[in-house]
Design a protein around this ligand. Structure first.
Ligand code: ATP
Length: 815
């Protein structure tokens, strides 16, 4: 043996040497024959390519190093880079270094192309006339589901060359491989049993060895299928989440309008984006293996069984499927609808909890735990009883499903496997072999055994595939529920984004979203309202409520405006219309183009503090990178904080990079002053301050106003404090007239205003003198009352509350 192997070794070496010699000789011959000019040219070419590739390599290396450094810096500051085409580059920590990830923003053109799918579904899908929320269609296995699912698919797999398509193809390839392996395993199983029965030890052992090898490969295939399924699910989720985020958070303020104006998805999109989307993607990725794989299995195994068991068995199998499918479909509860409602109820319960967390301090001050618990328990009870109902429906369905798929199918399988034995003429290949083998008794029995084992295994796999196919009816209806939820969210977002509100056949309600006829002009150096009704909008399709019939005024640079009036009259509403949160139903609104620097900035009534560092609070909505791009430094931020009387904050909180839950850390007045600091950092040309200093002491308030004015910011203040008048040029007073729906716009400090103030003072004095008269009268009444408390003829003690005013008691005097 050893001699043989040495011989084999030296022979292979000789072949290798001969091969090398042959080609070296060929090369030398060619070189000898080549002209000197060609040699020179080739040498130059070689040198140039070496130099160029070295230079290329050097540049590539430098670029990588720079990228790594930049990435590390950006990862440290938790920031990102905006590219010219609207995409973003972020650097994420990866192993020892950083990894560059480019996030492409969804293009406006893509949204426009998709609008047709989400807002004008084909009539045949039964999803309404395009303006009605799709949620009105009951989720289930129907054409609407098909349309919804395919529409979402066009987002999840945008191109055939995309990563998701690649993942699906490899997933499919592994699924087919597993089907093929199942076939091989079935055949091998039969062979092993045959060899065992025949007592052929060598073949039997060889069969076992093949079995183990196949097992290893099959395990790898199974794990890859699971892995690829998770990859498909996360890839779908990434695509959909990015798409929804791009549609949800953009300049059109869709995140505000979605719940405040449209209301198509209830109180908010959080449950839709976080939970329903995840379930949808997992379910869609699973569908591919739970429906695609059994389908392939069914085709392949049916064909195999047809070959070995004949046409009768196949007809039997097919009719069995159709019968089972129709029974299960008939008996199946509407899982899609049930799941959709469950999702909504889960969302309501969750949002109540989120609400409690957000308002924990207020609830604690009121001691409202019991009340909150009642609300939460009520919501949970509703969710619980719904889910119990689903479980009850499911158990009935599961009993039926289990019995049909597991037991009646296997009995049927035995019957079909026996066809070649008892009815050889109808039994396909198996039957033919049965007839051919009939001459040799022992061989026939062994082959019968082998065929039976193979067919039984095929039948088991077939039953498994068929079972999974039937189970997936339930999965499919659950998927229909999730699909409907995600589709509803995206179509509502498209409607908000495209402002696609059209008059309804029942008529157009006044001040509904389809009745918006006003214009908003951006790019005006000032703030102007021309015949604009201020309307609190109702949720689509309801009409809004008119707060002011028609407002007209103009404010130019340097003219400061105070908007005053009683509570709830519509002061903040004017700011909402100006900011574009609420529609301009009629007339014209003009305002500066941009929000923030060189434009207009709004400080809302409730101060908002973002997540992030102390620096992020002052520069919000800028990020640190924007601040660096604007060439602003921490010293400047410190000056801004000093001006807002918050200079102590960085020291107290431990520096600019401190991260805290700022809404809990800062006091009410401090929160408002952070708002003023933001204003001073951004230095806009116009600022709308809605009760922005109501919690600040009046001396600091004055200073803040003066600082803002010194920086050249034109102020529009919304406040009920008359003391703020002195910092403003004009006053818009709301809530005038008998019904409180009239307004006045006047210059502060005019003769007319002085007279008005005098008149008010006079009125006050008159009222004060009346108060004196009332006091006297009250004393008289109380004296009289003290005398009235008699029982029979004897006077009684006066009640305790007149004790102080009553005259000294006679008994005491006598004593
Ligand atoms: N998102 C909303 N949707 C519908 N109506 C609203 C909405 N927000 C406020 N309103 C209504 O609009 C009216 C005006 O509210 P607004 O906030 O403008 O009052 P305000 O004058 O600023 O009061 P305050 O001085 O208390 O801040 C109120 O009657 C209120 O109920």
């Amino acid at each position: 043996m050893a001699v043989q192997s040495t011989l084999r070794h030296s022979a292979s070496e000789d072949i290798l040497v001969a091969f090398i010699n042959k080609y070296t000789k060929l090369f030398r011959d060619r070189l000898r024959k080549t002209s000197r000019r060609s040699k020179l040219f080739a040498a130059i070419l070689l040198a140039a390519s070496i130099i160029l590739s070295a230079e290329g390599g050097r540049r590539w290396w430098n670029r990588r190093r720079q990228e790594k450094e930049q990435g590390r810096k950006l990862v440290r500051t938790n920031s990102w880079v905006f590219n010219k085409d609207g995409s973003r580059t972020i650097y994420v920590p990866y192993k020892d270094g950083t990894s560059k990830v480019v996030i492409n923003r969804t293009k406006p053109l893509t949204f426009e192309a998709h609008r047709r799918l989400f807002l004008n579904p084909p009539k045949v899908s039964g999803l309404g006339d395009g303006t009605v929320p799709s949620a009105q269609t009951k989720p289930g296995l129907n054409l609407a589901f098909l349309h919804q699912f395919l529409s979402l698919m066009s987002i999840m797999i945008p191109r055939w060359t995309s990563k998701e398509a690649g993942l699906l193809i490899s997933h499919g390839a592994f699924l087919m491989l597993r089907t093929y392996l199942s076939l091989v395993v079935a055949r091998l199983d039969g062979e092993i049993v045959r060899d065992l029965v025949a007592g052929n030890g060598r073949l039997f052992l060889w069969g076992i060895a093949k079995w183990c090898g196949l097992g290893g490969f099959a395990s790898y295939t199974n794990s890859m299928i699971k892995f690829l399924e998770s990859k498909v699910s996360i890839a779908f989720r990434t695509r959909l989440t990015r798409y929804i985020h791009d549609l949800y958070l953009n300049d059109n303020l869709n995140y505000y309008k979605l719940s405040n104006l449209d209301g198509g998805v209830g109180q908010g999109a959080d449950q839709f984006i976080t939970q329903d989307l995840t379930l949808f993607c997992a379910s869609a990725a699973n569908l591919y293996s739970s429906l695609g794989k059994p389908f392939i299995d069914l085709c392949v195994f049916n064909y195999q069984l047809y070959r070995s068991l004949g046409p009768l068995a196949l007809t039997g199998l097919m009719s069995n499927y159709f019968l089972t499918a129709s029974i299960l479909r008939k008996m199946s509860p509407p899982f899609g609808k049930l799941k959709a409602v469950e999702g909504r109820k889960e969302g309501d319960f969750r949002s109540l909890h989120a609400r409690l967390i957000a308002n924990a301090e207020e609830v604690a001050f009121y001691g409202g735990a019991e009340m909150e618990k009642t609300f939460l328990n009520k919501e949970f009870k509703s969710l619980k009883s719904w889910m119990e109902g689903i479980y009850l429906l499911k158990i009935r369905y599961n009993i039926l499903e289990d019995f049909i798929l597991k037991y009646s199918w296997s009995a049927y399988g035995y019957l079909l496997s026996s066809l070649p034995v008892f009815l050889p003429a109808w039994g396909g290949l198996g039957g033919a072999m049965e007839m051919a083998d009939s001459a040799e008794k022992g061989g026939r029995e062994r082959n019968r055994m082998k065929d039976f084992i193979t067919n039984k295994r095929l039948m088991l796999s077939l039953a498994d595939a068929g079972g999974r196919m039937m189970y997936s009816i339930k999965d499919l209806s659950e998927l229909a529920g999730y699909t409907s939820r995600v589709y509803t969210l995206i179509s509502t977002l498209h409607r908000v984004h495209a402002n696609a509100y059209f008059p309804r056949p029942s008529g157009n309600e006044l001040y509904s979203l389809s009745d918006v006829q006003g214009t908003i002009q951006k790019g005006f150096d000032g703030v102007r309202f021309e015949h604009v009704p201020i309307v609190a909008p109702g949720l689509w399709p309801q009409g809004g409520e008119e707060l002011l019939e028609s407002l007209s005024m103009i404010i130019r640079r340097g003219e400061h405006l105070l908007i005053s009036g009683p509570n709830g009259v519509g002061k903040s509403a004017i700011a909402r219309v100006l900011a574009g949160l609420w529609p301009v139903y009629r007339g014209l609104v003009s305002r500066p183009k941009s929000i923030g620097q060189d434009g207009i900035m709004f400080l809302p009534q409730r101060p908002y503090l973002s997540v992030g560092t102390l620096r992020d609070q002052v520069i919000y909505p800028d990020g640190e990178l924007d601040m660096r791009l604007k060439r602003k430094s921490e010293e400047e931020l410190k000056r801004v904080l000093d001006a807002a009387k918050l200079g102590y904050l960085p020291d107290r909180e431990g520096g600019w990079d401190t991260r805290k839950e700022w809404k809990d850390v800062l006091s009410g007045g401090e929160k408002q002053r952070v708002g003023i600091a933001r204003l001073l950092y951004h230095e806009p040309q116009y600022a709308v301050i809605d009760e922005g200093t109501s919690a600040v002491s009046s001396d600091v308030e004055g200073l803040l106003y003066e600082t803002c004015k010194e920086r050249g910011i034109t102020l529009i203040t919304i406040s009920t404090r008359a003391s703020l008048k002195k910092y403003h040029t004009f006053n818009l007073i709301l809530g005038m007239g008998e019904n409180g729906d009239e307004w006045e716009f006047e210059r502060i400090g005019t003769e007319r205003e002085k007279m008005q103030v005098e008149r008010e003072l006079q009125e006050l004095r008159e009222r004060l003198s009346q108060v004196e008269q009332w006091k006297q009268r009250r004393e008289e009444i109380e004296k009289e009352l003290a005398q009235v408390w008699v029982e029979g003829d004897a006077p009684l003690d006066p009640p305790p509350y007149v004790e102080n005013t009553a005259e000294p008691e006679p008994e005491k005097d006598e004593a």
